[in-house]
Design a protein around this ligand. Structure first.
Ligand SMILES: NC(=O)c1ccc[n+]([C@@H]2O[C@H](COP(=O)([O-])OP(=O)(O)OC[C@H]3O[C@@H](n4cnc5c(N)ncnc54)[C@H](OP(=O)(O)O)[C@@H]3O)[C@@H](O)[C@H]2O)c1
Length: 324
């Protein structure tokens, strides 16, 4: 089998492709021939030792895979050889084989390619959990999405549009904004050139109902200032680098809610509810209500380049490694 190994914490150049003996299936496990592996922002943190969980190098990064079941171990009834599946694990994703427990696997929703599926679970479950479960988004409301051409961002546009909202997408380049438009965004803001607060207020007729914020940093305060009275601000991540501090008087004056979102933490403690959430998202895909854009693809061996591009804000949408 082929893997991409992280031999020491540091920049993506520390990753090295490696040949290993093929994996064999174990009892209570499922063996998967991986076709595509998602590259996520979390992977960029893990390889640098900057994530809350610090595995000891050497380790194989990668948390999302999509492929075909090649063998099932004793005691596994839910999956059979030939099933198209998605795999989820914190590590070992950058490889052309994966050995996972059934609880780490989901059936691949009809209508998704392996490439789309490998970048799907984290971004779409986070977007759906945020907007559907946490913000209780209503039809006709206006949503401002920051980092809107990133994984969580594009998924949030897709989910918000499927829920009948009006979406204002904010991103850093014309190419990224074009992807937001293709994903369904109604209005676009280049927040590196335009005043985020003024434009979002103007485009929403005075204030947005919901902010989706996976970026933080310097964009958080103008986004909070663009919120309508009684709005909801979803704190999802800090891809911009700095964890922002806000003046609480803004929250008081807006009478808004600031809502923390940690889909990963929630799903680890709410297995049944998370299974239901995934089923709902999968149904929306199969019914055509959600349609993820095709990701940027790289050969497995080029994982370091994919990670560098992601860290340099040059990826539009998701980045995915393909193995065959
Ligand atoms: N809370 C949760 O449950 C949850 C779940 C998944 C992910 N997250 C977090 O959400 C954040 C975004 O994840 P993602 O998968 O959407 O990542 P992504 O695909 O890399 O997108 C992040 C976006 O942030 C923007 N950005 C601004 N400054 C950046 C910088 N210095 N470096 C990189 N990107 C920068 C970029 O858009 P522009 O260039 O247009 O500004 C980029 O498209 C991460 O912090 C991740 O850990 C949280």
């Amino acid at each position: 089998m082929r893997v991409v190994n992280c031999v020491g914490f540091g920049p993506p150049d520390k990753l090295a492709p490696e040949e290993r003996p093929d994996l064999a299936v174990l009892p209570e496990h499922v063996l998967i021939d991986v076709h595509a592996c998602g590259v996520s922002f979390v992977d960029t943190l893990i390889i640098q030792g900057r994530y809350q969980i610090r595995p000891e190098p050497p380790f194989v990064p990668g948390s999302e895979t999509a492929g075909v079941v090649s063998a099932v171990g004793k005691g596994v009834d839910d999956y059979a050889v030939g099933d198209r599946v998605i795999g989820m694990s914190l590590l070992n994703g950058f490889a052309d084989q994966a050995l996972l427990r059934p609880a780490q696997i989901r059936s691949l929703p009809a209508g998704l390619s392996f490439e789309q599926a490998a970048g799907f679970v984290q971004s779409y479950c986070t977007a759906y959990f945020s907007l559907h479960r946490r913000a209780d988004l209503r039809e006709g409301e206006t949503v401002l999405v920051l980092g809107a051409a990133g994984g969580v961002g594009l998924a949030s546009i897709d989910v918000a549009k499927a829920m009948g909202a009006r979406v204002i997408a904010a991103a850093s380049s014309p190419e990224k904004l074009d992807a937001c438009r293709r994903q369904g965004a109604d209005e676009l803001i280049d927040y590196t050139k335009e005043d985020l607060k003024l434009r979002a207020k103007a485009l929403s007729g005075g204030g947005v109902d919901v902010v989706v914020d996976p970026v933080g940093d310097a964009f958080a305060e103008p986004a909070l200032r663009a919120i309508a009275p009684g709005g909801r601000y979803l704190v999802i991540g800090f891809a911009g680098g700095e964890i922002p501090t806000v003046r609480w008087n803004l929250i008081l004056l807006k009478q808004c809610q600031v809502i923390g979102v940690d889909w990963g933490g929630w799903s680890a403690k709410h297995h049944d509810e998370n299974d239901r959430l995934f089923e709902e998202v999968g149904e929306w895909v199969s019914e055509g209500r959600l349609s993820p854009l095709a990701p940027a693809t790289f050969p497995l061996e080029e994982a370091p380049r994919a990670l560098r591009e992601l860290m340099g804000r040059r990826i539009v949408g998701k980045a995915v490694l393909v193995t065959r």
